[in-house]
Design a protein around this ligand. Structure first.
Ligand SMILES: O=C(O)c1ccccc1NCC(=O)[C@H](O)[C@H](O)COP(=O)(O)O
Length: 200
């Protein structure tokens, strides 16, 4: 079971990540509406200090494909996670500009959203709550049989992770708010969640 810790934005967070060694670390790139947003200079400085085995994921909400490809092709990031209204055409265009992995997050509000996720050409899909980074779960009863690997996101924390892993078998868990105290990353929560997910 994989684990992605999302939304780091301080040098001390890099220390927490290198100590705890999740599979993936996420950066909210150039999206100032989020308290977790980093600009491109911060992204280069922080991502450049992440230990090599940890895959670096850039979360993009309304950035152009050209801008995303440029930062991926600078080898700053390993993966682009599209978290906005990007459609299939956008993924196709981005793929023509970079060889890096492309992930797509789907806000799950109906069975139709799951059908779209199922059909996506993205390398990996995330099933998430609307908005992203809200700390709230979507209605998990909508997930019946989801026929491709996925990361489960939205409101994943020390209480909810054991409950969802009893019911579902995602490829991994993505969490942001569940690893924070007062909107800052909390090393104890990061360690506990990684241990919990790896023990499954
Ligand atoms: O984290 C944000 O602030 C954010 C803002 C806008 C779009 C996406 C965002 N986060 C993307 C993620 O991958 C989060 O880890 C995921 O939505 C789960 O968040 P949470 O419910 O807080 O654990």
């Amino acid at each position: 079971m994989k684990i992605k810790i999302c939304g780091i934005n301080r040098p001390v967070d890099v220390q927490y990540i290198n100590q705890s060694q999740p599979d993936y670390v996420g950066f909210i790139v150039n999206f100032p509406k989020s308290h977790r947003s980093v600009d491109y200079n911060q992204l280069r400085a922080l991502a450049g200090r992440i230990d090599a085995p940890i895959k670096k994921v850039g979360v993009f909400v309304d950035e152009s494909a050209e801008q995303i490809a440029q930062i991926l092709n600078e080898e700053i990031l390993d993966i682009a996670q599209l978290h906005g209204k990007q459609e299939e055409d956008f993924i196709k265009h981005l793929r023509s500009l970079t060889n890096k992995e492309i992930w797509k997050a789907f806000a799950v509000e109906s069975e139709d959203d799951l059908l779209q996720a199922e059909a996506s050409s993205a390398d990996l899909v995330l099933l998430d709550n609307k908005g992203g980074g809200t700390g709230q779960a979507f209605d998990h009863s909508l997930i019946k049989k989801f026929p491709r690997p996925y990361l489960l996101a939205g409101g994943m924390d020390e209480e909810t992770i054991p409950l969802v892993l009893d019911r579902f078998s995602p490829m991994g868990i993505d969490t942001s708010s569940g690893t924070e105290t007062n909107k800052k990353k909390d090393p104890k929560k990061i360690e506990n969640i990684i241990r919990m997910v790896r023990n499954v």
